[in-house]
Design a protein around this ligand. Structure first.
Ligand code: PLP
Length: 282
């Protein structure tokens, strides 16, 4: 297995992390997960742009130009002959003696990437999944794709330990997003999701869904909804790079609609698939 570490492709066995890497000690860094379908990346440009934007938001300099990094990632996918999978890309503020404030400007950020085969979760996408509602206790910069994921991990663990696929988070009465996905509801044919504020990650999948909803003539509103609205929705789904458009058929013990994936969700799944085959920018 070939991995990418600080500008070089190397065997995974040769890759090392310093015990004073700030990503390891503080979670002082950012990441991306890019989907690979049939050996080709999907929405690579959008992911790379978000990667550099997350870096800028935490004042982290990426020591590679975007085009160079994109090229290296494509080489990595080829070297590992990835068919359907993901690329994990991460940057940290580098290695320095442990103190909270940033290291001197000559300390270069660490950038690593690796690939993995990941199948499309077809049976879950066909049948739908269940979720648990959990209070969103994360910080107020969820727009940054930060390595600090403890709030997300604790929510996912609580949901998963009770047999659920995902945790849907809410701040007080308003639904924000999933622990590793965006959350959507459908009422009277209208799709709604939380606006892209500091309270959610503006998912690339979310943007593709907004785009395909537009071409399919499905009304799409970026307008936060309440727990009551969620619980009385006709359809609910979540979305992410690895989950695509994932129908939610149960929230806790309560059925969504009739307890089957709904018509609008099905239409979006179909349109999303078509988009993968076309790979058009959003
Ligand atoms: N929200 C959170 C908290 C996430 O971690 C993710 C992705 O893992 C998403 C939303 C969905 O983003 P994307 O569609 O870009 O994968």
């Amino acid at each position: 297995e070939t991995v990418f570490v600080n500008g070089e492709l190397m065997d995974r066995k040769e890759a090392k992390v310093d015990i004073e890497d700030r990503g390891y000690q503080f979670g002082d860094g950012i990441y991306e997960v890019v989907r690979v379908y049939g050996g080709k990346t999907f929405t690579m440009k959008e992911h790379m742009e978000r990667f550099y934007q997350s870096a800028e938001k935490i004042k982290l300099h990426i020591p590679h130009e975007m085009d160079e990094l994109t090229g290296l990632i494509n080489r990595l996918i080829e070297a590992n002959s990835i068919h359907d999978g993901i690329v994990y890309l991460q940057a940290t503020r580098g290695v320095a003696s442990r103190q909270h404030h940033f290291p001197a400007s000559d300390v270069k950020g660490s950038v690593v990437a690796y690939t993995k085969e990941v199948p499309v979760p077809q049976s879950q996408m066909d049948q739908g999944v269940t979720v648990k509602l959990i209070e969103d206790v994360r910080w107020l910069r969820c727009d940054i794709k930060s390595l600090n994921l403890l709030g997300n991990l604790l929510a996912k663990e609580e949901a998963a330990s009770e047999g659920h696929f995902e945790a849907i988070l809410h701040r007080g009465d308003l639904v924000t997003e999933g622990s590793s996905s965006n959350a959507f509801m459908v009422k009277d044919g209208v799709v709604r999701t939380h606006p892209a504020t500091n309270l959610i990650l503006n998912g690339i999948t979310r943007r593709v869904i907004r785009d395909v909803a537009g071409s399919e003539g499905i009304p799409f509103q970026e307008d936060a909804f309440t727990l009551d609205e969620l619980l009385s929705a006709d359809e609910v789904f979540i979305a992410s790079t690895t989950s695509e458009v994932m129908p939610v058929v149960k929230i806790g013990e309560r059925l969504v609609g009739e307890g089957h994936p709904g018509a609008v969700t099905r239409k979006l799944q179909g349109a999303f698939r078509k988009r993968i085959e076309q790979e058009a920018p959003v």
